[in-house]
Structure formats: C-alpha cells, structure tokens
Design a protein around this ligand. Structure first.
Ligand code: FE
Length: 344
C-alpha cells in the first residue's frame, strides 16, 4: 500500500514535471552561431517565461535529427540558406506550421507555401567591383558576369556552394535552363582563377589585384569593415545591388523549421512568431547585419534596418521570385556546375 502510494506520488511528480517542461521550454538545433541568436532567445525568455535550450553545431545536425527520430528533443532547426532549409524538409524531418502571424510577418517569397520552413533574415547576393579598375555603372547585372569583356577578371567561390547554387538557380528561374547554362559557361570563362575560398576570399583577391569582380553576400562587408586586417579589402570594392532596372537583386534567407516530432510544439511556434515579429526582427537584423525579412514587404519605406551600413545603402529592388521556386531549380544548378566544369 505505502509502496504503491509512493509510486503513485512519484509518477505524479514525474508527470507534472514533464508537463512543466513541455509548457516552458523550446529545444533548438542551430547551425547559426550562438552570438547571433542567443540574445534574441534571452529576450524571448524574459517576455514569455519559456526557456530556450540551444545546441550549436557546424555540421551533422540533420544526421543527428534523423538518427534520434521520434526521440529527438529538438523542436526547431535554425540554419542558413534555402538549400539547407529545403534539404531538411526533403529529408522528412519537419512538419508544417499554420500561423497567421508568420504569414503576415514574412513575405510569401521567403517562406514555404506548405509551411515547412520560414525565412527569418534576408541576405542580398551582391556584385562587388574594384574601385580602381572598374568604373561606376560599368557592372549592373548578374547577366553581365558572362560577357566576354570580363574575361580573366572574375573571382568566385565554388559553383557548388549553396550561395552560388541559389544564384544559378535564380538565373534558371529567370531565363530557363538553356540560357542559364550559357550564362554559367560564360561566367566560368571569365574566371581569373580556379574557384576557391569563401565570399571574403574573393574580396581579398580584388584588393590584391588578382581580379576585378566578385559575388558576395552583403553582410560580409560589415564584418570585413569591422576587422582590422580585412577593412582595406572591403574598402577596395564598390558595392552593387544587381538588376535594379529589371527583376532585382537575388535574395536568400536564414530560417527556421519545426521538427517532425517537436515535443514542445506550441512553445516552438511562439518562438518562431516572436522572431518574425517587428521586435524580434529588429533584434535579429541589428545583431548580425542581415535584412529583416519584411524588407520584402516595403522595400525600405517605413522599414527600420537597425544597422548603419544597411541604412547607408538605402532601399533597393529585390528579386521576389519565391525561394521555393528557386529551390526547385537547385538540382539543375548543381548539375550545370558539373556540365560546364565550373570548379576545375
Ligand atoms: Fe554566410
């Protein structure tokens, strides 16, 4: 009797404990650096009382999620790039979210039509050119990167890197497969050297005189300007928001997905909604120099960017092709990189 009573008590305690845990926490798997998202989690916890436990990793998160299966403690996956977001979805590791707040806060092109992923910050894929060797206005469109005029003057990273894959996929979306392939062939012909390094490496190459033109994500400029060694690299280039007179600059996102077996679903959706809200977006953009996703809702009008560099660049026209459509061209973009022998 007394034994079963004790058992009953402890079971109750256990149940209420697990109930409290379920109601009051969110578990996050993140490819994003802690310093980028931790401050926002802190504000969220302060305002809602919901704790956020985050695990950070550079690789292997999908494998971990997959092997944990139904037992995974993870509710949300944070990652960068439409490729990585859609890979998570294709792996069957997510579930859809229906949320009026998310749909209102995030422009349609920055979220999955089926609700499996949501963009939380936006990044522009810029062209940068040497201030010394390329005149203002000489380069204005991605299409020009393939023109023979630039032979031996371009530097890019691998065409297989997700940022480049998304750009090629956006060219496929805009012009179709055949034209996009001719474009990539042309870009390949213009390379000053075998593709290598990351986005910053290309800016350094312009600074060193190895090439005159590169393609980079916008936030690296802020990071480089703030770095003693890299500051002169950043200052050696002119910043171009491509395609301002036609479809606009290619955009990508960092984003979030709700895991298939999220144990704390309601709290997790609350965190997603918070991060998409004007308050969450202000914190996010300020912290990491990215654009709020709402940049797609107003193109700068009434939009606080919370970042002096971004504000100095001002509003710009962005390509509002759905990232879901762009993602659907990724496999072709990767194949194309092989077909034109881009990386060799
Ligand atoms: Fe990056």
């Amino acid at each position: 009797m007394s034994r079963s009573f004790t058992w009953h008590l402890s079971l109750c305690a256990l149940m209420s404990l697990s109930w409290v845990a379920k109601a009051a926490e969110v578990n996050v798997y993140s490819y994003r650096q802690p310093q980028l998202i931790q401050p926002m989690f802190a504000v969220f916890t302060q305002e809602t009382g919901i704790a956020v436990n985050a695990v950070y990793a550079k690789t292997g998160m999908l494998e971990r999620l997959r092997s944990e299966g139904r037992n995974s403690p993870a509710d949300l996956v944070f990652t960068v790039d439409i490729g990585r977001l859609t890979d998570t979805v294709s792996a069957g590791l997510t579930q859809p979210v229906e949320s009026a707040a998310l749909n209102a806060n995030i422009p349609a092109n920055f979220r999955d039509p089926d609700g499996h992923w949501f963009g939380l910050t936006a990044r522009a894929r810029l062209i940068v050119t040497s201030r010394k060797r390329v005149a203002a206005g000489e380069m204005t469109r991605y299409e020009q990167l393939a023109e023979p005029k630039w032979k031996g003057r371009l530097c890019t990273r691998s065409a297989k890197h997700p940022y480049m894959v998304a750009l090629t996929a956006s060219i496929i979306a805009a012009h179709g497969l055949d034209t996009a392939k001719r474009w990539l062939q042309g870009v390949k012909k213009n390379l000053a050297r075998k593709p290598q390094g990351n986005d910053r490496t290309q800016v350094k190459a312009i600074y060193s005189g190895l090439c005159d033109v590169a393609v980079i994500n916008h936030y690296y400029l802020a990071k480089m300007l703030a770095d003693e060694e890299q500051n002169p690299w950043a200052k050696s280039v002119r910043v171009i928001f491509p395609n301002q007179n036609d479809r606009g600059t290619h955009m990508n996102v960092s984003g979030v997905a709700l895991t298939k077996y999220a144990p704390n679903r309601a709290s997790a959706v609350k965190l997603m909604e918070f991060l998409s809200s004007p308050r969450g977006q202000a914190l996010y953009a300020e912290k990491n120099g990215e654009y709020p996703v709402s940049v797609g809702l107003g193109l700068g009008q009434n939009l606080k960017l919370h970042n002096p560099l971004l504000e100095s660049w001002g509003p710009f026209l962005q390509d509002i092709e759905s990232l879901a459509v762009i993602a659907s061209h990724r496999a072709n973009a990767i194949r194309m990189a092989d077909q034109v022998g881009y990386d060799y």
